[in-house]
Design a protein around this ligand. Structure first.
Ligand code: HEM
Length: 467
């Protein structure tokens, strides 16, 4: 499928040599400034699979081809999710304090396991997530989105990242997980803080863990309609620690991904003329915009990783047993083999890689989509004349190896009092949660906030940050 203009190196470690000379780094300024340009340079040089260097100049293969990404994700017998097979780790070349730590240090949870162990753990998560009633989730989202809009409606301006996209997913997720209402606001704040790499992240992490521990204890005695209770009662018979760890996995896996999806979709909605046209009967609806973003700007660019279980050929490259592979989700979505003209709309086509594929494919995708599209719908309903307060080219991004997010989305709109706002969609649930929303920063109209926004790194990266 993909072309391979130059003879491939034997394996990334050999090609890198002692200092990794000549290989492109997936960390540092080149990648962060414009990851998409780097993918295309790599594709031109190596074809569908490229040798690269990651944090600490460790060698890896970046999978750029759409088909090759699917091959890797769908063939766990050749490419394991369990990082303990990583040769560089086994042979002592990975420093103990590698920033990749949380993504490559094995923990017995569904996203680090393969085979029957994975099936058991993931089965419990998937079955429990499936017990949520879709309409019920949308009601939670509607309720929280309205509360967030209430806070900005009178101002006439806002930063939608700080006041909306960064807030909504955690508000919804803490409810779904089952966090007791008295912990609601503090848990939302702590869970976001823990993931944003602030100075208080460690403290917040402890608070989240303690709250979840308490939740598990409470639900064992008094089950409710929430993820904690359903994981506890699942026939897979998870231990208390397994329940706790999977509640953490779900909270964390859902947060930055969904926040990025909301922010990127809002950017599309506010800047893409095809969406504006749809308001007057044109061609791009909100679900279309969401799907376009999942193709063009997936919330996770790159997944670390998979580890080759034996010597194998992939995209013409000779991969060796124990090599690390990175699933290039964004790169695969832009593969010219499947999208010769990236400017053509992907209308109705859901074969993107944003949720990965195979046995580890995201089990929360429907929930993530529901939070994003219902939330944005409420926002646009309530503030129909929403406009970007800066030029689209003034928006700033921050990139890490795994994800890229907008630092701020300053908008203006006609201020309106909450009492007079559009009939406020309290299509509420039978038991609508009333969780006071923790204070959030506000911005005056002006340029996008400077880099330095607190979000510190990828979602997975902090998954098992030391407590
Ligand atoms: C819309 C935003 C989301 C995106 C783009 C996304 C994407 C992903 C991706 C790419 C993976 C990794 C798959 C792999 O290793 O191949 C993943 C795994 C996972 N996601 Fe999501 N996700 C989103 C939202 C959610 C939500 C809302 C939840 C929970 C309700 C969730 C729960 C999980 C879990 C538990 C895993 C680990 C699954 C496993 O390893 O078996 N995600 N997600």
């Amino acid at each position: 499928m993909s072309t391979q203009p130059t003879p491939p190196p034997q394996c990334p470690a050999h090609a890198a040599g002692a200092g990794g000379g000549g290989l492109h780094r997936l960390h540092g300024p080149e990648a962060e400034a414009d990851p998409f340009a780097l993918y295309e340079r790599l594709r031109a040089e190596y074809g569908a699979v490229a040798p690269v260097l990651v944090s600490g100049d460790l060698p890896a293969w970046l999978v750029l081809g759409h088909r090759e990404n699917l091959d890797v994700a769908r063939t766990p017998s050749r490419f394991a999710r369990d990082p303990r097979g990583w040769r560089d780790m086994k042979e002592g070349r990975v420093p103990a304090d590698t920033p990749l730590g949380p993504m490559v240090s094995w923990v017995p949870v569904c996203n680090f396991t393969d085979g029957p162990v994975h099936e058991r753990l993931r089965g419990a998560v998937v079955d429990s997530l499936e017990r949520f009633d879709k309409r019920g989730i949308r009601r939670y989202v509607t309720r929280f989105a309205n509360q967030l809009v209430d806070r900005i409606a009178g101002d006439g301006y806002a930063d939608l990242v700080a006041s909306f996209s960064d807030q909504l997913p955690m508000l919804v997720m803490t409810q779904l997980v089952g966090a007791p209402d008295e912990h609601g606001p503090r848990l939302v704040k702590a869970a976001r803080d823990m993931l944003q790499g602030t100075e208080t992240a460690l403290q917040s992490d402890r608070y989240v863990t303690l709250t979840l521990e308490q939740l598990v204890m409470e639900r064992k005695v008094k089950p409710a309609h929430d993820l904690a209770s359903w994981l506890i009662e699942h026939p897979a018979d998870l231990s208390d620690t397994e329940v706790l760890m999977h509640l953490r996995v779900v909270l964390i896996a859902a947060y930055e991904t969904t926040a990025n999806l909301i922010a990127n979709t809002l950017r599309t909605v506010l800047t893409d003329p095809r969406f504006r046209a749809s308001l007057s009967g044109g061609h791009m609806t909100l679900p279309d915009a969401l799907e376009q973003v999942l193709w063009d700007d997936p919330p996770i660019n790159t997944i670390i990783g998979r580890w080759a279980t034996g010597d194998t050929l992939l995209g013409g490259q000779q991969v060796k047993a124990g090599d690390m592979l990175l699933l290039g989700l964004a790169a695969g979505n832009a593969d010219p083999q499947i999208r010769p003209d990236p400017s053509v709309s992907v209308h109705g086509n859901r074969s993107h890689l944003a949720f990965s594929s195979g046995p580890h494919e995201c089990p929360g995708q429907d929930i993530g989509r529901a939070i994003a599209d219902t939330g944005i719908e409420v926002l646009l309903d309530r503030l129909p004349d929403l406009q970007l307060a800066v030029g689209a080219d003034e928006l700033r991004w921050r990139g890490t190896l795994m994800s890229r997010h907008i630092l701020g989305l300053p908008v203006r709109f006609t201020p309106r009092s909450v009492e007079n706002a559009a009939p406020h969609t309290e299509r509420a649930s039978e038991h609508p949660p009333h969780v006071p929303i923790p204070p959030q920063p506000t911005v005056a109209p002006g340029p996008a906030p400077a880099a330095g926004h607190r979000r510190g790194g990828g979602w997975w990266r902090r998954l098992f940050g030391r407590r």
